[in-house]
Design a protein around this ligand. Structure first.
Ligand code: ARG
Length: 463
Protein backbone atom coordinates (compact mmCIF):
# COMPACT_ATOMS: atom_id res chain seq x y z
CA UNK A 1 0.00 0.00 0.00
CA UNK A 2 1.86 3.03 -1.25
CA UNK A 3 0.78 6.57 -0.94
CA UNK A 4 0.99 8.02 -4.45
CA UNK A 5 1.96 11.53 -3.38
CA UNK A 6 5.42 12.09 -1.97
CA UNK A 7 6.00 14.07 1.23
CA UNK A 8 5.24 17.80 0.93
CA UNK A 9 8.16 18.77 3.13
CA UNK A 10 11.00 16.62 1.87
CA UNK A 11 9.59 14.68 -1.09
CA UNK A 12 11.36 16.53 -3.91
CA UNK A 13 13.57 13.63 -4.88
CA UNK A 14 10.89 10.99 -4.31
CA UNK A 15 8.66 9.63 -7.07
CA UNK A 16 6.37 7.72 -4.73
CA UNK A 17 5.07 8.21 -1.23
CA UNK A 18 5.85 5.89 1.68
CA UNK A 19 4.36 2.48 2.30
CA UNK A 20 1.70 2.53 5.01
CA UNK A 21 4.01 0.55 7.28
CA UNK A 22 6.81 3.02 6.64
CA UNK A 23 4.47 5.84 7.58
CA UNK A 24 3.43 4.01 10.74
CA UNK A 25 6.96 3.36 11.98
CA UNK A 26 8.19 6.81 10.97
CA UNK A 27 5.49 9.02 12.45
CA UNK A 28 5.89 10.55 15.89
CA UNK A 29 2.91 12.92 15.80
CA UNK A 30 0.89 10.53 17.98
CA UNK A 31 3.07 11.50 20.92
CA UNK A 32 5.19 14.53 19.99
CA UNK A 33 2.07 16.68 19.69
CA UNK A 34 2.60 17.15 23.42
CA UNK A 35 5.43 19.50 22.46
CA UNK A 36 3.21 21.77 20.33
CA UNK A 37 3.54 24.80 22.60
CA UNK A 38 7.32 24.39 22.78
CA UNK A 39 7.53 23.92 19.00
CA UNK A 40 5.63 27.13 18.38
CA UNK A 41 7.65 29.04 20.98
CA UNK A 42 10.85 27.87 19.27
CA UNK A 43 9.55 28.87 15.83
CA UNK A 44 8.48 32.29 17.08
CA UNK A 45 11.93 32.93 18.55
CA UNK A 46 13.59 31.72 15.36
CA UNK A 47 11.37 33.87 13.12
CA UNK A 48 11.91 36.99 15.24
CA UNK A 49 15.67 36.41 15.03
CA UNK A 50 15.49 35.93 11.24
CA UNK A 51 13.79 39.31 11.10
CA UNK A 52 16.18 41.08 13.46
CA UNK A 53 19.21 39.85 11.51
CA UNK A 54 17.69 40.89 8.17
CA UNK A 55 17.57 37.32 6.87
CA UNK A 56 13.79 37.63 6.42
CA UNK A 57 11.73 40.69 5.62
CA UNK A 58 9.67 42.17 8.43
CA UNK A 59 6.41 41.53 6.57
CA UNK A 60 7.18 37.80 6.33
CA UNK A 61 8.16 37.66 10.00
CA UNK A 62 4.94 39.41 10.95
CA UNK A 63 2.85 36.97 8.88
CA UNK A 64 4.69 34.01 10.43
CA UNK A 65 4.16 35.38 13.94
CA UNK A 66 0.41 35.89 13.41
CA UNK A 67 0.08 32.52 11.71
CA UNK A 68 1.87 30.68 14.50
CA UNK A 69 -0.42 32.28 17.09
CA UNK A 70 -3.42 31.04 15.12
CA UNK A 71 -1.95 27.54 14.91
CA UNK A 72 -1.35 27.56 18.66
CA UNK A 73 -4.91 28.57 19.42
CA UNK A 74 -6.23 25.91 17.02
CA UNK A 75 -4.19 23.30 18.88
CA UNK A 76 -5.21 24.59 22.30
CA UNK A 77 -8.90 24.57 21.41
CA UNK A 78 -8.73 21.10 19.86
CA UNK A 79 -9.60 22.22 16.33
CA UNK A 80 -6.24 21.28 14.84
CA UNK A 81 -6.22 18.29 12.47
CA UNK A 82 -3.03 16.31 13.13
CA UNK A 83 -1.80 14.29 10.16
CA UNK A 84 0.30 11.12 10.34
CA UNK A 85 1.46 11.71 6.78
CA UNK A 86 3.14 14.87 8.07
CA UNK A 87 5.14 12.71 10.52
CA UNK A 88 5.72 14.95 13.46
CA UNK A 89 4.73 18.11 15.30
CA UNK A 90 7.29 20.22 13.44
CA UNK A 91 5.90 19.44 9.99
CA UNK A 92 2.29 19.48 11.14
CA UNK A 93 2.72 23.01 12.44
CA UNK A 94 4.61 24.22 9.39
CA UNK A 95 2.09 22.70 6.95
CA UNK A 96 -0.80 24.37 8.75
CA UNK A 97 1.13 27.64 8.77
CA UNK A 98 1.43 27.31 4.98
CA UNK A 99 -2.36 26.82 4.67
CA UNK A 100 -2.89 29.94 6.75
CA UNK A 101 -0.30 32.38 5.42
CA UNK A 102 1.02 30.88 2.17
CA UNK A 103 4.51 31.60 0.87
CA UNK A 104 6.15 33.20 3.96
CA UNK A 105 5.62 29.89 5.84
CA UNK A 106 8.22 28.30 3.58
CA UNK A 107 10.83 30.80 4.76
CA UNK A 108 10.56 29.88 8.45
CA UNK A 109 12.87 26.88 8.07
CA UNK A 110 15.77 29.09 6.88
CA UNK A 111 18.94 28.37 8.87
CA UNK A 112 17.47 25.58 10.97
CA UNK A 113 16.66 21.88 10.69
CA UNK A 114 14.26 19.54 12.41
CA UNK A 115 17.30 18.18 14.22
CA UNK A 116 17.97 21.37 16.19
CA UNK A 117 14.23 22.05 16.30
CA UNK A 118 13.34 18.78 18.00
CA UNK A 119 16.27 19.07 20.42
CA UNK A 120 15.08 22.56 21.34
CA UNK A 121 11.43 21.57 21.74
CA UNK A 122 12.30 18.56 23.84
CA UNK A 123 14.67 20.52 26.05
CA UNK A 124 11.98 23.12 26.67
CA UNK A 125 9.52 20.35 27.54
CA UNK A 126 11.94 18.58 29.89
CA UNK A 127 12.88 21.91 31.48
CA UNK A 128 9.19 22.58 32.29
CA UNK A 129 8.97 19.10 33.71
CA UNK A 130 12.02 19.60 35.90
CA UNK A 131 10.35 22.71 37.30
CA UNK A 132 7.08 20.86 37.88
CA UNK A 133 8.94 18.02 39.59
CA UNK A 134 10.77 20.48 41.83
CA UNK A 135 7.41 21.99 42.85
CA UNK A 136 5.98 18.51 43.48
CA UNK A 137 8.95 17.62 45.67
CA UNK A 138 8.66 20.85 47.64
CA UNK A 139 5.00 20.14 48.35
CA UNK A 140 5.85 16.63 49.55
CA UNK A 141 8.67 17.92 51.75
CA UNK A 142 6.30 20.52 53.25
CA UNK A 143 3.78 17.77 54.09
CA UNK A 144 6.54 15.69 55.71
CA UNK A 145 7.75 18.68 57.74
CA UNK A 146 4.22 19.15 59.11
CA UNK A 147 4.08 15.48 60.13
CA UNK A 148 7.54 15.73 61.70
CA UNK A 149 6.65 18.86 63.62
CA UNK A 150 3.42 17.41 65.01
CA UNK A 151 5.22 14.32 66.31
CA UNK A 152 8.76 15.50 66.90
CA UNK A 153 8.81 13.76 70.32
CA UNK A 154 6.50 10.80 69.68
CA UNK A 155 8.38 7.57 70.27
CA UNK A 156 8.31 4.67 67.85
CA UNK A 157 10.53 1.69 67.18
CA UNK A 158 13.46 2.22 64.85
CA UNK A 159 14.32 -0.82 62.79
CA UNK A 160 17.30 -2.48 61.20
CA UNK A 161 16.66 -5.65 59.19
CA UNK A 162 13.00 -4.78 59.97
CA UNK A 163 13.75 -6.04 63.49
CA UNK A 164 13.22 -3.67 66.40
CA UNK A 165 16.51 -1.88 66.95
CA UNK A 166 16.34 1.28 69.08
CA UNK A 167 13.53 3.71 69.84
CA UNK A 168 13.40 6.75 67.58
CA UNK A 169 10.99 9.64 67.22
CA UNK A 170 8.24 9.91 64.61
CA UNK A 171 9.66 13.29 63.67
CA UNK A 172 13.08 11.76 63.10
CA UNK A 173 11.65 9.10 60.81
CA UNK A 174 9.69 11.68 58.77
CA UNK A 175 12.82 13.86 58.52
CA UNK A 176 14.80 10.94 57.07
CA UNK A 177 12.47 11.15 54.07
CA UNK A 178 12.86 14.92 53.96
CA UNK A 179 16.60 14.36 53.50
CA UNK A 180 15.96 11.83 50.72
CA UNK A 181 13.49 13.99 48.82
CA UNK A 182 15.73 16.99 49.47
CA UNK A 183 18.56 15.24 47.60
CA UNK A 184 16.09 14.48 44.80
CA UNK A 185 15.28 18.17 44.64
CA UNK A 186 19.00 18.96 44.44
CA UNK A 187 19.46 16.49 41.58
CA UNK A 188 16.57 18.10 39.68
CA UNK A 189 18.01 21.58 40.22
CA UNK A 190 21.49 20.44 39.11
CA UNK A 191 20.08 18.85 35.97
CA UNK A 192 18.17 22.00 35.12
CA UNK A 193 21.23 24.21 35.51
CA UNK A 194 23.37 21.90 33.36
CA UNK A 195 20.84 21.40 30.55
CA UNK A 196 19.95 25.03 29.98
CA UNK A 197 21.73 25.70 26.67
CA UNK A 198 19.94 26.21 23.39
CA UNK A 199 20.37 23.78 20.47
CA UNK A 200 18.49 26.14 18.13
CA UNK A 201 20.60 27.23 15.15
CA UNK A 202 22.85 24.17 15.27
CA UNK A 203 20.80 23.34 12.16
CA UNK A 204 21.16 19.79 10.79
CA UNK A 205 24.55 19.23 12.46
CA UNK A 206 27.15 21.70 11.21
CA UNK A 207 25.66 25.10 11.89
CA UNK A 208 24.57 27.38 9.06
CA UNK A 209 26.00 29.89 6.61
CA UNK A 210 23.14 32.33 7.31
CA UNK A 211 24.12 35.16 9.66
CA UNK A 212 21.83 33.93 12.45
CA UNK A 213 22.06 35.13 16.05
CA UNK A 214 21.95 32.10 18.33
CA UNK A 215 22.42 34.22 21.43
CA UNK A 216 19.21 36.04 20.62
CA UNK A 217 17.11 32.88 20.25
CA UNK A 218 18.73 31.36 23.33
CA UNK A 219 17.78 34.39 25.37
CA UNK A 220 14.25 34.56 23.98
CA UNK A 221 13.66 30.94 25.05
CA UNK A 222 15.08 31.41 28.54
CA UNK A 223 18.31 29.50 27.91
CA UNK A 224 21.54 30.67 29.56
CA UNK A 225 23.55 30.39 26.32
CA UNK A 226 23.55 28.71 22.93
CA UNK A 227 24.92 25.14 23.01
CA UNK A 228 28.59 25.45 22.09
CA UNK A 229 29.03 22.64 19.58
CA UNK A 230 26.48 22.08 16.83
CA UNK A 231 27.20 18.34 16.48
CA UNK A 232 26.68 17.83 20.19
CA UNK A 233 23.67 20.15 20.27
CA UNK A 234 21.61 17.98 17.90
CA UNK A 235 22.70 14.63 19.27
CA UNK A 236 22.70 15.29 23.02
CA UNK A 237 19.95 13.64 25.03
CA UNK A 238 21.81 13.77 28.36
CA UNK A 239 19.21 16.23 29.63
CA UNK A 240 16.48 13.62 29.17
CA UNK A 241 18.65 10.94 30.75
CA UNK A 242 19.49 13.14 33.72
CA UNK A 243 15.79 13.75 34.23
CA UNK A 244 15.10 10.00 34.02
CA UNK A 245 18.01 9.23 36.34
CA UNK A 246 16.85 11.74 38.94
CA UNK A 247 13.26 10.55 38.44
CA UNK A 248 14.34 6.93 38.99
CA UNK A 249 16.07 7.70 42.27
CA UNK A 250 13.13 9.80 43.42
CA UNK A 251 10.70 7.01 42.47
CA UNK A 252 12.87 4.57 44.44
CA UNK A 253 12.56 6.83 47.49
CA UNK A 254 8.80 7.10 46.99
CA UNK A 255 8.64 3.33 46.71
CA UNK A 256 10.54 2.76 49.96
CA UNK A 257 8.22 5.12 51.80
CA UNK A 258 5.18 3.53 50.15
CA UNK A 259 6.38 0.14 51.36
CA UNK A 260 6.58 1.47 54.92
CA UNK A 261 3.06 2.87 54.65
CA UNK A 262 1.77 -0.50 53.46
CA UNK A 263 3.39 -2.19 56.46
CA UNK A 264 2.44 0.55 58.92
CA UNK A 265 -1.22 0.61 57.91
CA UNK A 266 -1.62 -3.16 58.38
CA UNK A 267 -3.69 -4.48 61.31
CA UNK A 268 -0.51 -6.04 62.75
CA UNK A 269 1.30 -2.67 62.96
CA UNK A 270 -1.42 0.03 63.06
CA UNK A 271 1.27 2.73 63.18
CA UNK A 272 -0.73 4.91 60.81
CA UNK A 273 -4.28 5.28 59.62
CA UNK A 274 -4.59 6.37 56.02
CA UNK A 275 -7.48 8.64 55.20
CA UNK A 276 -10.54 7.38 53.34
CA UNK A 277 -9.57 9.77 50.55
CA UNK A 278 -6.40 7.79 49.92
CA UNK A 279 -7.63 4.24 50.52
CA UNK A 280 -9.85 1.76 48.72
CA UNK A 281 -12.20 -1.03 49.79
CA UNK A 282 -12.48 -4.66 48.79
CA UNK A 283 -15.39 -5.88 46.68
CA UNK A 284 -15.63 -9.11 48.68
CA UNK A 285 -14.23 -8.41 52.17
CA UNK A 286 -16.31 -5.65 53.77
CA UNK A 287 -13.81 -4.96 56.56
CA UNK A 288 -10.92 -4.11 54.21
CA UNK A 289 -9.34 -0.74 53.76
CA UNK A 290 -6.48 -1.08 51.33
CA UNK A 291 -3.46 1.19 50.81
CA UNK A 292 -3.74 1.01 46.99
CA UNK A 293 -2.15 4.40 46.40
CA UNK A 294 0.94 3.33 48.32
CA UNK A 295 1.07 0.03 46.47
CA UNK A 296 0.83 1.75 43.09
CA UNK A 297 3.50 4.29 44.05
CA UNK A 298 5.68 1.32 45.00
CA UNK A 299 5.07 -0.15 41.55
CA UNK A 300 5.74 3.05 39.57
CA UNK A 301 9.48 2.79 40.07
CA UNK A 302 9.43 -0.14 37.65
CA UNK A 303 8.25 1.83 34.64
CA UNK A 304 10.28 4.93 35.51
CA UNK A 305 13.47 2.94 35.88
CA UNK A 306 12.48 1.08 32.71
CA UNK A 307 12.27 4.37 30.80
CA UNK A 308 15.75 5.30 32.00
CA UNK A 309 17.16 1.95 30.88
CA UNK A 310 15.32 2.12 27.55
CA UNK A 311 16.71 5.53 26.62
CA UNK A 312 20.22 4.54 27.71
CA UNK A 313 19.97 1.58 25.35
CA UNK A 314 18.65 3.75 22.50
CA UNK A 315 21.55 6.18 22.86
CA UNK A 316 24.47 3.92 23.63
CA UNK A 317 25.39 2.90 20.08
CA UNK A 318 24.62 6.06 18.14
CA UNK A 319 27.37 7.72 16.14
CA UNK A 320 27.29 11.52 15.91
CA UNK A 321 25.17 13.36 15.11
CA UNK A 322 21.37 12.89 14.85
CA UNK A 323 19.89 9.45 14.13
CA UNK A 324 16.20 8.68 13.88
CA UNK A 325 16.60 6.29 16.81
CA UNK A 326 16.47 9.40 18.96
CA UNK A 327 12.77 9.83 18.18
CA UNK A 328 12.26 7.01 20.72
CA UNK A 329 13.30 9.37 23.51
CA UNK A 330 9.97 11.12 23.98
CA UNK A 331 7.49 8.41 24.92
CA UNK A 332 9.83 7.17 27.64
CA UNK A 333 10.25 10.63 29.12
CA UNK A 334 6.55 11.51 28.83
CA UNK A 335 5.49 8.31 30.55
CA UNK A 336 8.07 8.62 33.31
CA UNK A 337 7.20 12.29 33.87
CA UNK A 338 3.44 11.67 34.04
CA UNK A 339 3.84 8.81 36.47
CA UNK A 340 6.37 10.57 38.66
CA UNK A 341 4.08 13.60 38.99
CA UNK A 342 1.14 11.35 39.84
CA UNK A 343 3.18 9.42 42.40
CA UNK A 344 4.45 12.63 44.02
CA UNK A 345 0.93 14.06 44.20
CA UNK A 346 -0.52 10.83 45.63
CA UNK A 347 2.25 10.59 48.23
CA UNK A 348 1.78 14.24 49.22
CA UNK A 349 -1.94 13.62 49.62
CA UNK A 350 -1.43 10.49 51.69
CA UNK A 351 1.17 12.08 53.94
CA UNK A 352 -0.95 15.19 54.47
CA UNK A 353 -4.00 13.13 55.40
CA UNK A 354 -2.54 10.26 57.40
CA UNK A 355 -2.82 9.99 61.17
CA UNK A 356 0.04 8.55 63.18
CA UNK A 357 -1.32 6.36 65.98
CA UNK A 358 0.74 7.71 68.82
CA UNK A 359 -0.30 5.05 71.33
CA UNK A 360 0.45 2.16 68.98
CA UNK A 361 3.81 3.70 68.09
CA UNK A 362 4.69 4.11 71.77
CA UNK A 363 3.61 0.57 72.67
CA UNK A 364 5.72 -0.85 69.86
CA UNK A 365 8.65 1.41 70.77
CA UNK A 366 9.14 -0.36 74.10
CA UNK A 367 8.74 -3.87 72.76
CA UNK A 368 11.52 -6.05 71.42
CA UNK A 369 14.10 -5.01 74.06
CA UNK A 370 14.58 -1.76 72.18
CA UNK A 371 16.51 -0.15 75.04
CA UNK A 372 19.13 -2.91 75.29
CA UNK A 373 21.75 -0.57 73.81
CA UNK A 374 20.89 2.03 76.46
CA UNK A 375 21.49 -0.61 79.12
CA UNK A 376 24.85 -1.55 77.60
CA UNK A 377 25.83 2.13 77.33
CA UNK A 378 24.89 2.60 81.02
CA UNK A 379 27.17 -0.30 82.04
CA UNK A 380 30.01 1.38 80.14
CA UNK A 381 29.31 4.89 81.41
CA UNK A 382 28.49 4.16 85.08
CA UNK A 383 30.31 0.90 85.85
CA UNK A 384 33.25 1.50 83.49
CA UNK A 385 32.80 -1.85 81.68
CA UNK A 386 34.44 -2.23 78.25
CA UNK A 387 31.65 -2.05 75.63
CA UNK A 388 32.15 -5.69 74.55
CA UNK A 389 31.64 -6.89 78.15
CA UNK A 390 28.65 -4.60 78.58
CA UNK A 391 27.20 -6.04 75.36
CA UNK A 392 27.58 -9.56 76.80
CA UNK A 393 26.02 -8.70 80.19
CA UNK A 394 23.10 -7.03 78.42
CA UNK A 395 22.65 -10.05 76.17
CA UNK A 396 22.35 -12.26 79.27
CA UNK A 397 19.65 -9.95 80.64
CA UNK A 398 17.75 -9.95 77.33
CA UNK A 399 17.77 -13.75 77.39
CA UNK A 400 16.53 -13.69 81.00
CA UNK A 401 13.70 -11.28 80.15
CA UNK A 402 12.77 -13.36 77.13
CA UNK A 403 12.67 -16.52 79.26
CA UNK A 404 10.46 -14.73 81.79
CA UNK A 405 8.18 -13.36 79.07
CA UNK A 406 8.79 -9.79 80.18
CA UNK A 407 10.61 -6.69 78.95
CA UNK A 408 13.94 -5.31 80.24
CA UNK A 409 12.45 -2.65 82.56
CA UNK A 410 10.26 -5.38 84.13
CA UNK A 411 13.25 -7.32 85.50
CA UNK A 412 13.85 -6.91 89.24
CA UNK A 413 17.05 -5.39 90.58
CA UNK A 414 18.06 -8.82 91.87
CA UNK A 415 17.62 -10.31 88.44
CA UNK A 416 19.73 -7.46 87.04
CA UNK A 417 22.43 -8.12 89.63
CA UNK A 418 22.53 -11.79 88.65
CA UNK A 419 24.16 -10.68 85.39
CA UNK A 420 26.50 -8.12 87.01
CA UNK A 421 26.49 -7.33 90.71
CA UNK A 422 27.56 -3.71 90.23
CA UNK A 423 24.17 -2.81 88.71
CA UNK A 424 22.11 -0.39 90.83
CA UNK A 425 18.49 0.75 90.65
CA UNK A 426 19.70 3.82 88.73
CA UNK A 427 19.76 1.60 85.67
CA UNK A 428 15.98 1.80 85.39
CA UNK A 429 16.29 5.49 84.47
CA UNK A 430 17.75 4.68 81.10
CA UNK A 431 15.46 1.79 80.26
CA UNK A 432 12.42 3.88 79.37
CA UNK A 433 11.98 4.69 75.68
CA UNK A 434 11.41 8.37 76.47
CA UNK A 435 14.77 8.57 78.23
CA UNK A 436 16.35 6.68 75.40
CA UNK A 437 15.27 9.07 72.63
CA UNK A 438 15.93 12.18 74.70
CA UNK A 439 19.47 11.00 75.38
CA UNK A 440 20.41 10.70 71.67
CA UNK A 441 21.40 14.33 71.26
CA UNK A 442 24.34 13.85 68.88
CA UNK A 443 24.03 15.93 65.71
CA UNK A 444 21.37 14.43 63.45
CA UNK A 445 20.27 12.08 66.22
CA UNK A 446 16.73 11.16 67.23
CA UNK A 447 16.40 13.47 70.28
CA UNK A 448 13.39 15.77 69.80
CA UNK A 449 15.63 18.85 70.10
CA UNK A 450 17.80 17.60 67.23
CA UNK A 451 14.74 16.79 65.13
CA UNK A 452 13.30 20.27 65.70
CA UNK A 453 16.61 21.85 64.71
CA UNK A 454 16.49 19.95 61.41
CA UNK A 455 12.86 20.95 60.83
CA UNK A 456 13.86 24.62 61.21
CA UNK A 457 16.83 24.15 58.88
CA UNK A 458 14.54 22.72 56.19
CA UNK A 459 11.88 25.37 56.66
CA UNK A 460 14.59 27.97 56.01
CA UNK A 461 15.85 26.14 52.93
CA UNK A 462 12.34 26.00 51.48
CA UNK A 463 11.47 29.61 52.33
N1 ARG B 1 10.36 13.55 14.76
C1 ARG B 1 11.79 13.62 14.75
C2 ARG B 1 12.33 13.24 16.13
O1 ARG B 1 11.57 13.20 17.05
C3 ARG B 1 12.24 15.00 14.41
C4 ARG B 1 13.59 15.08 13.83
C5 ARG B 1 13.62 14.49 12.48
N2 ARG B 1 14.86 14.72 11.84
C6 ARG B 1 15.22 14.08 10.72
N3 ARG B 1 16.37 14.35 10.23
N4 ARG B 1 14.44 13.20 10.16
O2 ARG B 1 13.49 12.94 16.32
Amino acid sequence: MTNSTSNKMWGGRFAAGPDAIMEAINASIGFDKRMAAQDIAGSRAHAAMLGATGILQTSDVEAIREGLLTVLSEIETGQFQFSTALEDIHMNVEARLKDLIGAPAGRLHTGRSRNDQVATDFKLWVRDQLDATANGLQALIAALLDQAEAGSDWVMPGFTHLQTAQPVTWGHHMMAYVEMFGRDLGRIEDARARMNTSPLGAAALAGTSFPIDRHMTAQALGFDAPAHNSLDAVSDRDFALEFLGAASICAMHLSRFAEELVIWSSAQFRFVTLSDRFSTGSSIMPQKKNPDAAELIRAKVGRIFGANTALMMVMKGLPLAYSKDMQEDKEQVFDAADNLMLALAAMTGMVGDMTANRAALAAAAGAGFSTATDLADWLVRVLGLPFRDAHHVTGTLVALAEANGCDLPDLSLDQMKSAHDGITSQVFDVLGVENSVHSRTSYGGTAPAQVRAQISRWREILA
